[in-house]
Unconditional design. Structure first.
Length: 126
């Protein structure tokens, strides 16, 4: 019969609680000292978000090679009342009946009669 000696851990192995992080760390985003909890790397959620935004910059449309078309502003949009068919430039509510108008599309005033004209009315082929 062989006697076995109890299996002992070498003295150099750390115990579970030796890896606790009670020392102050420096936030990589703002440089402020903080006491990390768990695997936390940043002092606050704001610094974590700022670090993510710095790592993932939003590409500008000009840098992406696609300048795109600027969105139509409300002042350059034609609206039409669904009840009286009156058209307005940049005004979403009908002055006559007080109902909200529907969006026709981008446009402007007619150079001849100064009435609101949508671009799609000018390019529509019948």
């Amino acid at each position: 019969m062989t006697t076995s000696t109890p299996h002992h851990r070498p003295a150099s192995a750390p115990s579970r609680n030796d890896s606790r992080n009670d020392t102050a760390a420096t936030c990589p985003a703002c440089g402020q000292p903080f006491t990390p909890a768990g695997r936390r790397r940043w002092c606050s959620d704001a610094c974590r978000q700022a670090a993510w935004r710095q790592r993932h910059p939003t590409p500008s449309s000009a840098a992406a090679g696609n300048p795109g078309t600027p969105p139509a502003t409300r002042n350059a949009t034609i609206y039409q009342c669904p009840h009286c068919d009156e058209r307005y430039l940049g005004q979403q509510r009908c002055e006559e009946c007080g109902t909200f108008c529907r969006r026709v599309g981008p446009g402007g005033p007619c150079p001849h009669c100064d009435e609101p004209v949508a671009i799609k009315d000018l390019i529509t082929v019948t």
